[in-house]
Design a protein. Structure first.
Length: 404
């Protein structure tokens, strides 16, 4: 199929894509608890002529093609939101307090539904099978492994996998598709939780208490020593405490103080992560003991580095250039060829089959989109949804045609 014809078809879907996106945006759901989003997706797919199937705890799969022999390519769109209060000011802002589509997964879901529509209309042309994946729980790094363990990559067996992620707040032309060069492109991520135990009491009598807040504050500062003095300058390691909580009253010293955060590295064998975990545990326990407290350190929800297949990345650059011309760019000049610090649980798939992850620019500071992902004021320009749908479907059609 000619690129300009597919783009023209995709443009006609824009009103429906925007409607889907804004409906999902108004009704954000987090983790695996996605009943409204999942129902919308399954209804839309059914109306297109698909027979959507559940996969895992909250995932949805649908198959396009399969009428001609060939390989199978997986297209992924994630569906979950974030547990934050929206402050974007959009007329279609979240109607659920404390939940917001602040990472653009509502955009991904709408783009994927558009791709499903395009692929269904050209099903006779598909040289193989396109597996459409609508994934939950990306933000907590549990959705992808859950779907893999429930047969995501089997029946039919997946030969290659593709994902897009929207970007806002970056100085990039609207609708630009960015293609990585291959190798490790995104960091691994692991959650940590530190609980400091002391002895609570009245705020007027600290001498009769063991203050866990003081100990936890010193632990927080001491952890910076790992980056400053213990990691090699050639090692990438980021520790971020994103949440610190203790007590509920200003005149009470609590029994416990807690810290939650993330560890990110770009070591595919996770040796750097193992070292950081060891030192975090030693520092937390040691500092706590110095302040007469004890500390418990737990690690969970590990997500590996994103591995982009070089051959598939080269295909992606070719296809996106054919489709968009100068609207496609190599990410290397932007990143310097270095992995980004963000993480993505589609990385689990990238360690199983050849994978490429691309980005779609959806609003720059010059156009008033000043905030990036995960900020309560982030906004995404959904006028480019049709382009995302075209990119998904064109990639699938071209790759299957070229890898029969």
């Amino acid at each position: 199929m000619k690129p300009n014809e597919l783009l023209d078809e995709a443009k006609t879907l824009q009103p429906q894509l925007q409607k889907w996106r804004r409906t999902i945006h108004r009704n954000p759901e987090v983790g695996f608890d996605l009943p409204k989003t999942k129902a919308l997706v399954k209804q839309a797919l059914t109306e297109m002529g698909y027979a959507p199937q559940d996969c895992g705890r909250a995932g949805v799969l649908a198959l396009a093609g399969g009428k001609r022999p060939g390989k199978t390519i997986l297209l992924r769109g994630d569906m979950d939101a974030l547990p934050i209060f929206e402050e974007s000011g959009e007329v279609f802002a979240s109607e659920v307090p404390g939940k917001m589509h602040g990472c653009g997964h509502d955009m991904h879901t709408a783009m994927m539904l558009g791709a499903a529509k395009l692929l269904k209309e050209h099903e006779e042309e598909i040289e193989g099978t396109v597996k459409l994946e609508f994934q939950p729980a990306e933000e907590i790094f549990q959705g992808s492994p859950d779907m893999i363990s429930n047969g995501l990559l089997e029946n039919p067996k997946v030969d290659a996998a593709v994902m897009f992620h929207v970007l806002a707040g970056m100085p990039l032309p609207l609708g630009e598709v960015m293609v990585p060069g291959g190798g490790i492109t995104m960091a691994s991520c692991e959650q940590y939780h530190i609980v400091v135990h002391g002895k609570g009491g009245h705020g007027s009598m600290p001498e009769n208490c063991i203050d866990p807040i003081t100990a936890a504050a010193h632990i927080h500062i001491a952890l910076e020593e790992i980056n400053a003095r213990e990691l090699s300058q050639n090692d990438f390691g980021v520790l971020t405490t994103g949440r610190f909580a203790a007590g509920a009253a200003s005149n009470v010293i609590p029994d416990t103080a807690e810290m939650w955060g993330t560890i990110r590295t770009t070591d595919p064998d996770n040796k750097t992560g193992a070292f950081i975990r060891q030192r975090m545990t030693e520092i937390s326990e040691g500092v706590a003991k110095a302040f007469r407290c004890t500390a418990e350190v737990e690690f969970s929800d590990y997500c590996p580095c994103m591995m982009v297949d070089k051959a598939l990345a080269q295909d992606a650059m070719t296809y996106m250039t054919d489709l968009l011309g100068k609207g496609a760019m190599d990410m290397a000049p932007l990143t310097g060829g270095k992995p980004g610090g963000g993480s993505e649980d589609f990385a689990f798939v990238s360690h199983e089959v050849p994978t490429v992850s691309m980005f779609l620019a959806c609003g720059s500071p010059e156009r008033g989109y000043r905030y990036g992902q995960h900020h309560p004021k982030v906004r995404f320009d959904d006028s480019v949804l049709w382009e995302g749908s075209a990119a998904y479907s064109y990639f699938a059609l071209r790759w299957l045609e070229g890898h029969r």
